[in-house]
Structure formats: structure tokens, C-alpha cells
Write a protein that binds this ligand. Structure first.
Ligand code: TXA
Ligand code: MG
Length: 344
């Protein structure tokens, strides 16, 4: 199959493909999604196949209009409604109890009685959903286990030949996937299943206390949001984190260069200027800024992983795991398989 890169003048074409059950990757403010008609079981199955993703992993339903949720959900709590009004369109996914399990194919929900909904903040994609006259599933448009794609080129690299087209909307602003918040249990405080650009404090400032799912921290074997437990988002090259408290870049780089290893650095400009002369470097931020670093993290991992002259190790900058650093560290720790550089 030929995979076309489509521009904003070809949204009609892309929508037609979706209606015919084909797969079209779409841009969002977070990462690129692999779009298919969520009401078409065969099309959704093709999404799992293209990504090589386990089919018990539920998908997010992408909508173009807040009112669409009510088609699938009976009870939208006051808190959920306020969150939708505040953060949609934007990088927040909400999990609701469905009216019944017939309103969406079981392949979308992984057989659960709940489903995830999100209204992405991207004009092209909102238009694509509207013109498709349906709602779209949209897992990140990467090969399962690889860093999520933040450009059309990343999608093309992973999925060319397997999907009908890619709607090119340039680079994603946020760079990591949306915050996933479970609001399906009306008797308990909402639960964050995946940290993202919308932080716990931001949510709490609107609706009061929410909790983090412990699986995020303890790496349980049965995650509530699949993809939370094992090594994930990882490039082929080994990734190690440099502890922000020790800041031992010099020691780590010397250690690997002495072993004749090829070293990559993923860090802010100052670090690269100080230590980067014998390494391959990718700048995450201008002046150590976690939002900016988050935007470039996946792109940097991909770039350093795909050099002609393969690296042996990629060393990456860390941040404190406070409110603003949660999402960055959550993704980085998985890419690094939890591994920090510690001198033997
Ligand atoms: O930013 C994003 O959310 C991107 C863009 C493309 O929209 N999409 C994305 O989709 O990251 P995906 O499929 O890679 O991640 C969906 C997450 C998974 O962690 C999944 O387990 C969780 O949402 N999820 C979906 N439905 C769920 C449900 N009913 N209950 C619990 N977790 C659910
Ligand atoms: Mg993903």
C-alpha cells in the first residue's frame, strides 16, 4: 500500500478514506494519532495490526464536539463537565462509564464498560473528524513500543506501507501524550492513569482532589492503563538518565568514552556546550525548561537512535518529579528502563 502525505487541502480526501475504513494518521497538539473510524470494527482491528499493538489495550475516542460524549455516556458528572469546558480542546483524556457496551465495538474499549474520550486541539484534525462524520480512534501513530511520533516524518518512518495516509500538521506542540483521567467512578475522586501536560495541580485547582494511580509509581504487573508497566517508548540504543541532583555528566561521559563507546547527549544547551564536544548531541531546551524538553524528548530519542553510525549509549537530562516534571519523567523513565548512570 502506498502511504500518502496529505496537506490541509486534502482533508476531504482523508475523510473519504476514513469513511471507507482506511487508516489515516492525524496531527494533534500532543503526538500524532493513528486514525480510524471508531464505529468500524474492521478498521479498528487494522489499527492494532499496523502498530503491532496488543489488542487488549483500549483506545481513545477522538471527538470534534464536546456534545458527542453524550451519545455514548449517560452520566457526565459536574466535575467532568467543568473539566471538558476548561481543557477541551486540549491534552486531557477523560474516561467515562458507557451507556452500555453496544455503543462502541469491543475492540475500541478492550472489552471494558468504560471508554476514553478526548477533543484534540488541532484545527486540521477537528476538521477531519467533522468531515468523516464519525468519531476516530487514535493511538499514537508509532510502531508499538517505540517513541511516539511528533512529526509526519516519524509516522512515515514507522508505518509507511501499512496505512493509507498521513495528514501533515507540522511538529506537535506538547510532545507527550495526553493526561488520562478516570472520572468513571462517581463515588470516588478521579484518578490520573497517565500524567501529561495538564498537571495534577491544574486539575485540582478546578475540581478539587484527584489521585495518581499507584501503578504509575510502582510498576505493577497489572496496569489499569496498559503501557504503564514495562519498558516502553524506547529506542533500540540503550538509554540512561543523569540524576539531576548529582549532575554527573562529566563522570558518565568520561566513563563511556574510556570504554571506546559512542555517546549521545540529550540535554539542555548549557550541558551540551560544556560536555558535548566528543558526543552526538540533541538539544532538549534552550535554558533547562521541562515543558520545552517534553516537546523535544521523543524526537530527540528518535534522532539519536537513528544515526548512521550507531551510538552505544544515550545519556538524558532528568528533572525533579514535581507537578510539572511528572509527565517528562514518566516517559523518560520508561525509555531508560528506569536506569540511571551510576559509576561502578
Ligand atoms: O495524546 C494522546 O492521548 C494521543 C493522541 C494521538 O491523541 N493518543 C494516545 O493514545 O496516546 P494511546 O492509545 O497510545 O493511549 C491511550 C491510553 C492508554 O494508556 C490506554 O490504556 C488508556 O489510554 N485507556 C484508554 N481507554 C481506557 C479505559 N477505558 N480505561 C483505562 N485506560 C484506558
Ligand atoms: Mg502510545
Amino acid at each position: 500500500m502506498q502511504t500518502d502525505i496529505l496537506n490541509e487541502n486534502q482533508i476531504g480526501e482523508a475523510a473519504k478514506a476514513i469513511k471507507h475504513g482506511h487508516l489515516i494518521a492525524f496531527p494533534t497538539e500532543t503526538v500524532y494519532g493513528l486514525g480510524a473510524d471508531a464505529t468500524n470494527e474492521q478498521a479498528v482491528k487494522a489499527v492494532y495490526a499496523a502498530k503491532g499493538r496488543p489488542s487488549d489495550n483500549p483506545l481513545i475516542v477522538h471527538i470534534a464536539d464536546k456534545s458527542s460524549v453524550a451519545q455514548y455516556v449517560d452520566i457526565i458528572s459536574k466535575e467532568a463537565q467543568i473539566l471538558m469546558d476548561t481543557f477541551w480542546p486540549g491534552p486531557l483524556t477523560l474516561i467515562f462509564e458507557l451507556k452500555n457496551t453496544d455503543v462502541l465495538p469491543g475492540v475500541v474499549t478492550g472489552g471494558l464498560t468504560t471508554a476514553a474520550f478526548r477533543m484534540p486541539d488541532n484545527k486540521l484534525t477537528l476538521e477531519l473528524i467533522t468531515q468523516s462524520n464519525t468519531v476516530l480512534v487514535g493511538p499514537s501513530a508509532n510502531t508499538s513500543g517505540k517513541p511516539s511520533p511528533t512529526t509526519a516524518h516519524h509516522v512515515y518512518h514507522d508505518l509507511k506501507g501499512h496505512i493509507r495516509g498521513i495528514l501533515d500538521g507540522g511538529s506537535c506542540e506538547v510532545g507527550v501524550e495526553s493526561t488520562v483521567l478516570d472520572v468513571s467512578n462517581l463515588d470516588e475522586a478521579p484518578v490520573i492513569l497517565r500524567p501529561g501536560a495538564i498537571t495534577k495541580h491544574q486539575i485540582e485547582s478546578i475540581i478539587g482532589q484527584v489521585t495518581f494511580d499507584g501503578h504509575l509509581v510502582t510498576e505493577s504487573e497489572v496496569p489499569k492503563a496498559p503501557g504503564m508497566k514495562y519498558k516502553h517508548y524506547s529506542p533500540d540504543t540503550t538509554v540512561q538518565m543523569i540524576d539531576d541532583a548529582n549532575n554527573n555528566w562529566d563522570q558518565a561521559i568520561t566513563y563511556y568514552l574510556d570504554l571506546n563507546k559512542k555517546v549521545g547527549l540529550l540535554a539542555n544547551k548549557e550541558i551540551i556546550q560544556a560536555y558535548g564536544s566528543s558526543c552526538e548531541c540533541y538539544q532538549l531546551s534552550e535554558t533547562r525548561d521541562v515543558r520545552e524538553s517534553m516537546k523535544h524528548l521523543f524526537a530527540g530519542l528518535r534522532e539519536l537512535d537513528q544515526l548512521e553510525d550507531k551510538l552505544d549509549i544515550i545519556l538524558v537530562e532528568t528533572y525533579p518529579e514535581d507537578d510539572g516534571g511528572m509527565a517528562y519523567m514518566n516517559r523518560l523513565k520508561k525509555a531508560a528502563n528506569q536506569d540511571y548512570f551510576i559509576k561502578a
